[in-house]
Ligand binder design. Structure first.
Ligand code: S3P
Length: 170
């Protein structure tokens, strides 16, 4: 059994696709935190924000982080804001290796403009919203030891880099 690998980063950096592919490559279990929360609540992330507010969603994230930290052999894709909570940072750093994906605001924009399911950046002026939120969160994303710029990389290339970075073998 391996320790968990946690893939984090801003919305649109490719956390879920990367974590899924990495899990397959390493024969580990893939967990997408947002999807687990949606299943448990029986509602989409957008609906959870609408009905109960961001604070409630963050509480659900925190509960899930604690639960997952008791397990092994997982490749976890966090939500983009999971690490805004210091308790989550502490727990996940203890639990396994954290990789932070990042990308240029332009790359994020072109990936995110096609989708309309993120409550924190919905509506007009998407690029402004991305820049604003990135600025506020920059320090946290930059604080991780392992970081990968996904702007010009395919999912396979990102996974290759993670495998090399963590010196992972089957
Ligand atoms: C959020 C990112 C989203 C989701 C929620 C809040 C954030 O996840 O958890 O909308 O605060 O950055 P993705 O990064 O998977 O889109």
């Amino acid at each position: 059994m391996r320790k968990n690998i946690i893939i984090t980063g801003f919305m649109g950096t490719g956390k879920s696709v990367t974590a899924k592919e990495l899990a397959q490559r390493l024969e580990m279990e893939f967990i997408d935190m947002d999807r687990v929360i949606e299943e448990r609540q029986g509602a989409s992330i957008a609906d959870i924000f609408d009905r109960y507010g961001e604070k409630y969603f963050r509480e659900q994230e925190n509960i899930l982080v604690r639960e997952l930290s008791l397990q092994e052999n997982l490749v976890i894709a966090t939500g983009g804001g999971t690490f805004l909570n210091l308790d989550n940072i502490k727990t996940m750093n203890q639990e396994g290796k954290v990789i932070c994906l990042y990308a240029t605001p332009q790359a994020l924009y072109s990936r995110l403009e096609k989708k309309n399911n993120r409550p924190l950046i919905k509506g007009d002026n998407l690029l402004n919203k991305i820049n604003h939120l990135l600025e506020r969160r920059k320090k946290i994303y930059e604080s991780f030891d392992y970081k990968i710029n996904t702007s010009n990389l395919s999912v396979q290339e990102v996974v290759d880099k993670i495998v090399t970075l963590l010196k992972l073998e089957r």
